[in-house]
Design a binder for this molecule. Sequence first.
Ligand code: NAD
Length: 296
Amino acid sequence: MIKNVSVIGAGTMGNGIAHVFAQNGFLVTLIDVSAAQLEKAVATIAKNLDRQVAKETISEDQKKAALANITTQTAIAAGVQNAQLVIEAATENTELKLKIFKQIDEAAPEGCILATNTSSISITKIAAATKRPALVVGMHFMNPVPVMKLVEIINGYSTTKEVTHLIVDLSKQLGKIPCVVNDYPGFIANRILMPMINEAIYSLYENVAGVEEIDTVMKLGMAHPMGPLQLADFIGLDVCLSILKVLQDGFGNPKYAPCPLLVNMVMAGKSGIKTGEGFYIYRDGSKELVVSERFK
Ligand code: NAD
């Protein structure tokens, strides 16, 4: 039975993953190279738990218990030594993930399952960096993790059925809804989402319509909660670009080629919410959506 879970990377996704495991009674070791990032992550988790208390979805005692279940660590070797499951949620970079998986494989106990939260990198490639490819699996949470129900579970080429079943059951224990898919570029979520976002950017680039019109058509016409351009800003345009490149390389099909406008925006440092500007401008604390001057 899994009780001890180590989460590597304490960024946007890592803190959310640590949050849901800790809230469901697992003992979580949250690991990051940056001590400052770990401090920030624990503060974010506390703030998000406070929000749940205010909404009366959890009690003050449950919040305290969740926080008490989390410890932090800056060294991978020390942080995974008692783990039954490690979930890697570090920066989306293939070389970095291969290096991290080698380190985890050397330090984690025999039998420990190694999962990655990658959005697009091949699970099979990551698994091949370890001596336990049968125990490597994709566990793709959605952002924000405490809110979003879906977990896309990805079978690598060598992942055993037992490991997949165990991760499916575990996701259910977290109150999530798992969907099992196979390991091909972009899996399902991003294989379908990213071409839609790219097409929305092409529609803007070719002046078919403006930012607000494109997002409004998709929100009202297709009942999407957020338009594709706003969603791209939320995900990060740099992340969208890197996933499209994975699809383009992986399938060798030009239909996945990123729109030149997306490439330009990333080069200009306009990567969406995290940089303060993408298709929209994000002012401190403002909830109002304002289209970037560049697209008016
Ligand atoms: P992020 O940039 O917010 O966080 C990444 C963290 O990894 C940083 O805190 C960084 O310090 C840490 N890190 C880097 N190298 C490390 C190392 N060697 N050891 C330990 N920690 C290290 O990134 P994120 O948005 O949380 O994304 C993490 C993963 O989740 C990526 O693979 C991404 O593709 C995937 N993902 C992201 C989203 C999203 O919407 N942001 C959604 C689903 C999946």
